[in-house]
Design a protein around this ligand. Structure first.
Ligand code: GLU
Length: 274
């Protein structure tokens, strides 16, 4: 059993992250497995080395430990590029030059991951890709190519059981996701995350319920690429010891702010119900 905590070093870890990390390590312990730390630092405009150092330090301070070396996504860019090449060769990607404003003006409706792309550039061949274009997955074509998506097992407290992605719900809920970001050419989360879960042979993905919808898309990508579908465990938002939801403001306060206030790791863990 192998699971992972996969923060992005775009800021300091807050209490919500503490709850998530502690849940990851608890599930690993319960199942006799191992929890890895993975640094999801593909967003070259927002990730910073000092935030990455702070992740290591804060998790250690909370009493957590993990095997080395730690996988840093920025060291595997060629692997994500290979996957993009594979998808392009199968005719499943297209270049997109639309700005957010153009997408909104085209009448796009909000989905679970921002506006659902209305398909303006879908007719464009890859040969037409210009520097700075995003690359999008043609989701309808990808669903056809992948065949009926398999069910995944969810062991989290909110919706335990077996769940199968519904192609129609995916098409209307997310549309054609960006797999390579515009301007920077950075791989997108929806590509790098499931690819690394496969590369690291993660058997259990433990993460927040805010990523519930993303899991259905990740299962489609896993099927498309022949990657294994792990077991998922989506945890609820952070709750305090008494089981009440922590206010958003407390939830997003940095772990080190509590530390600077003089709280011990034990007290911070208690704040999030551990
Ligand atoms: N980097 C993502 C985040 O911080 C990871 C989500 C996941 O665990 O899949 O939200």
């Amino acid at each position: 059993m192998l699971t992972r905590f996969a923060p992005s070093p775009t800021g300091l870890l807050h209490l919500g992250h503490a709850f998530s990390a502690l849940t990851v390590w608890r599930v690993a312990e319960e199942l006799g497995g191992t929890a890895l730390l993975r640094i999801e630092d593909t967003d070259s405009t927002r990730c910073r080395p000092d935030f990455e150092d702070a992740i290591h330090e804060d998790l250690h301070w909370l009493g957590l430990d993990w095997p080395r070396p730690v996988r840093r996504q920025s060291e595997h860019l060629a692997d994500y590029a290979d996957t993009l090449d594979t998808l392009a060769a199968r005719g499943l990607l297209y270049p997109c030059s639309c700005s957010r404003k153009q997408i909104a003006q085209a009448g796009a409706q909000p989905g679970w991951d921002g506006l659902v792309y209305p398909g303006t550039c879908r007719h464009r061949p890859m040969a037409d890709a210009r520097p700075g274009d995003a690359l999008r997955l043609n989701l309808a074509a990808a669903l056809d190519a992948a065949g009926p998506p398999p069910a995944f097992t969810e062991t989290g407290p909110l919706r335990p059981g077996s769940h199968r992605p519904d192609p129609q719900a995916l098409l209307s809920g997310v549309g054609d996701p960006v797999l390579r970001r515009k301007q920077t050419g950075d791989p997108a989360y929806h590509l790098a995350c499931p690819q690394d879960d496969a590369a690291q042979q993660i058997t259990h993905v433990v993460r927040g319920a805010d990523l519930w919808n993303a899991t259905f898309l990740h299962v489609v990508l896993q099927t498309l690429m022949g990657w294994p579908v792990p077991t998922y465990h989506h945890h609820d938002l952070v709750r305090d010891e008494g089981g009440t939801r922590l206010a958003k403001i407390a939830h997003s306060r940095a772990i080190r702010a509590y530390r600077e206030d003089g709280l011990t790791p034990r007290q911070v863990k208690a704040l999030v119900g551990f």
